[in-house]
Structures are given as C-alpha cells and as structure tokens.
Design a protein around this ligand. Structure first.
Ligand code: NAD
Ligand code: MG
Length: 392
C-alpha cells in the first residue's frame, strides 16, 4: 500500500492519478489532495477518497471547501505555504507533483527534505533547479520517479542497466498540431487551434508548450538532470503517432524503446508502483491500429522555442530558470489573446538577453530570478500587446 499526496489533484495528471487510485484501491491510499481554485472538484474528490488533509491554495475558496467538508474529519488548509507543510506529513510515502510551473519547486524541495519519494510530473521544477533538486534527493536518499511519458519510458528502458552504458537517448515528440507548418502559418493561428493536441488531452499550459515545442525543450532539460546526461547525449525525434514514448541507445549500439498507447495513466501508475508493475484494465495497444510508425527531424527554425531551450541549458546557471519564467508569462499572454503564437519566442529570447547570467544560483537566487524574469517578460508582453492589437 502506498500513501500518496497529490499536489494539483484537480488537473489533468491529478484526475488521472485518481483514476489509477480508483482502479487499485488495494494499492493506493490518498492522504492529501490539493488544488489552486477548483473548489467543487476538490470537494467531490475529498468526499470520495476521504484523505486526511486537503489544501485549496486560493484563500477566497477556503470557506466553501471548509463548509462542504464540515461533516467529515478531513482537515482543510489554505494558502500556497500550506503546500510546503502538508508534504511533510508522517502519513505520506510519496508526493505526486502534478501542479503547473514554478509553483512546484518549493513544495518539491520541502517533500524531499522530509524524506518523501517524488513522483515527478511537474517538469518545471527540474528545468528551474535540476542540479539542486537531484543533489538534494541524493542527500536525503529520496527517489525521484518521472511521470512524464518520455522520461518514464527512458526510466523503464534503464531498469537493470547502468547509466554508464548509455550512449545517448532519443526523446520522441508528437510534433503537436502544427507539425510541418511554416512561420507564415504560425503567425495567424488562434488559441483554439493551438489547444487542439492531436494525441494527448492535457492542461492548457502544457498543451500550448506542446504546440510550440517548448514542452520538448523543457523535457530535454528535465532528462539531462534526471539521467545525468550531457546535452549532446539527448536528441529529439518527431514521432507523430506517440506510440514509441522514447528510446535509449547503449554503448554497443543496441536500442531499447518503451511503447504503449498515449495514456498518462500508465506512467503515473508505474511511478506509484515502481519497481513493481500492477495489473490494470487500461486499453491495450493493437498493432493493427498502427500499421505505420514514422519518425522525422524537428524543425528548429520554425519552432524557435526548442532551440531557445537548448541554448538555455547549454549556457546553464540561471538561464533555464529565466527561460521557464518567461515562457510561463508568454503562454499566459497567448492564452489571454494578448500576443500571437510567434511572439512567445520573441518574449522568451528577449527576456533571456535582458537578465544577467549567474553561474551557480542558490535556491533563493532561483526565486528572485524567477520574479525578475517574470517582471521583464510582462513588460515585453505589454509592449507587444499594443502592436498585436493594432495588427489584429
Ligand atoms: P493542469 O493545469 O491540468 O492541472 C494543474 C493542477 O495544479 C490543478 O489541480 C491546479 O489547481 C493546480 N495548480 C495550478 N497552479 C497552481 C499553483 N500556482 N499553486 C498550486 N496549485 C496549482 O496541468 P496538468 O496538465 O495536469 O500538468 C501538471 C504538470 O504535469 C505540469 O508540470 C505538466 O508539464 C506535467 N505533465 C503533464 C502531462 C499531461 O498529460 N497533462 C504530461 C506530462 C507532464
Ligand atoms: Mg512528455
């Protein structure tokens, strides 16, 4: 039996993790559920799974949640700081980090310091502070098990292997809804078009990141830290069917891949059950449905975000943190229809140029860097917004 805290229970990963818990109540016990502002869903999840504690970080929703759960013994907390506290509870074995963006960093640090294993969905934590997080996990003898499908694939391929025998890894990318399109096309796409992912149903932020290939850039950085690789050892290959979830190439030239239907329940369940595997009733892959699997090069010229992510991690230091913060602001502005699709890359690049380089940031440096990069990116959005509105 694993006792789990789910940070971001009402999102795409969070709700799928609860489907896993529903499927295997003999194996998964939900101890903590948290959400930013979706009080109604959090309440219904709490009434179904009866955790010890729930957190609604939006303080204005606290009275609603408190009242709805008054007849139960569930403790109700509010505010972002509460996330850093609940992860320390002695009744938890593992924390699933399924919240979005930089907000995942501090609760993940708190959970590691409390000795909790991490099922890591929140890739931004490793993008921002991967070196710091991996060292902290080692120090506290904590396992960080990837939930991201590509990283789960690599992790599964490495079972029984030594990291020393890896030559390189291939991260597969679906290519998103705009694969094969050029910049002229991307200049005019709408929010609605960008939110239509061909293979996966996910939260809004990662869906936009997938359309811009920033998601793959973030995943390259995530993989570097998780598997202790150099950037030269990580290659992205576009695979539109999303069946081969990623591959490892070993020193003898042998390739191992992990395959499956595009369904996040599988990597979520593996992260919870690792090193074991659990029987489930999820849909199975059939070769007849996929007579062809294809592979192509990513287009770094059209999808500048992937190129920017590579250059951020090559520079190192605070640059991935700056890239991440600027991207969060740019994606939010695109979703608010304040800027166009291509402007996102411009804002990220200009923010990276504007922020001074720091080689070895501390955890508090990351927090201030994140704030500073957001401020710069917001200013750039405001300038661009005017141009965009006139052009529209
Ligand atoms: P989502 O937007 O669907 O859900 C996010 C959850 O986190 C919600 O419960 C929300 O209430 C909570 N949350 C959001 N911002 C918060 C904040 N500032 N403070 C506290 N709680 C907050 O997102 P998602 O698609 O489930 O993605 C979650 C994470 O998993 C992201 O880092 C994403 O990159 C990663 N991931 C997602 C998928 C997927 O299929 N959705 C796949 C791989 C990796
Ligand atoms: Mg992924």
């Amino acid at each position: 039996m694993k006792r789990i805290a789910i940070l971001g229970a009402t999102g795409s990963i969070g709700t799928q993790a609860l489907e896993v818990a529903r499927e295997r109540p003999d194996f998964v016990k939900i101890e903590v559920l948290t959400a930013a502002c979706n009080a109604d869903l959090l309440i219904s999840q709490a009434l179904e799974f009866l955790p010890k504690t729930v957190v609604i970080t939006d303080e204005s929703k606290y009275p609603l949640v408190k009242k709805a759960l008054a007849a139960t013994s569930i403790e109700v907390l509010t505010g972002s700081e509460a996330l850093n506290e609940v992860v320390k509870s002695t009744s938890i074995d593992m924390v699933l980090t399924a919240l979005v963006g930089f907000a995942g960093l501090r609760p993940t640090v708190a959970a590691i310091e409390a000795g909790k294993d991490i099922a890591l969905a929140n890739k931004e934590t490793l993008v921002v502070a991967g070196e710091h997080i991996m060292a902290l996990a080692k120090q506290h003898h904590v396992k960080i098990i990837p939930v991201d499908s590509e990283h789960s694939a690599i992790f599964q391929c490495l079972a029984g292997e030594s990291l020393d025998s890896v030559e390189k890894i291939y991260l597969t990318a679906s290519g998103g809804p705009f694969r094969g399109r050029n910049k002229d096309f991307l200049a005019h796409i709408t929010k609605k078009e960008a939110l239509k992912h061909p293979n996966w149903v996910m939260g809004q932020k990662i869906t936009i990141d997938s359309a811009s290939l920033m998601n793959k850039g973030l995943e390259v950085i995530e993989a570097k830290w998780l598997f202790n690789l150099s950037i030269e050892q990580i290659e992205v290959v576009v695979h539109p069917q999303s069946i081969v979830h990623s591959l490892v190439q070993f020193k003898d030239g042998s390739l191992k891949a992990q395959l499956g239907l595009p369904d996040m329940k599988l990597p979520i369940q593996y992260a919870l059950s690792y090193p074991g595997r659990l029987v489930n009733s999820f849909r199975r892959f059939r070769f007849i449905d996929y007579p062809q699997l294809s592979f192509e090069q990513p287009d770094l010229e059209t999808f500048a975000n992937l190129r920017l992510a590579y250059s951020a991690i090559k520079e190192g230091g605070n640059m991935p943190c700056v890239l991440n913060a600027a991207n969060e602001i740019a994606v939010a502005a695109f979703l608010n229809e304040e800027i166009g699709f291509l402007e996102m890359s411009v804002i990220i690049e200009e923010t990276m140029q504007a922020i001074p380089f720091i080689l070895s940031p501390s955890l508090s440096d990351y927090v201030s860097m994140d704030e500073e990069a957001r401020r710069v990116a917001k200013e750039l959005v405001t300038k661009r917004k005017k141009v965009y509105q006139i052009e529209k």
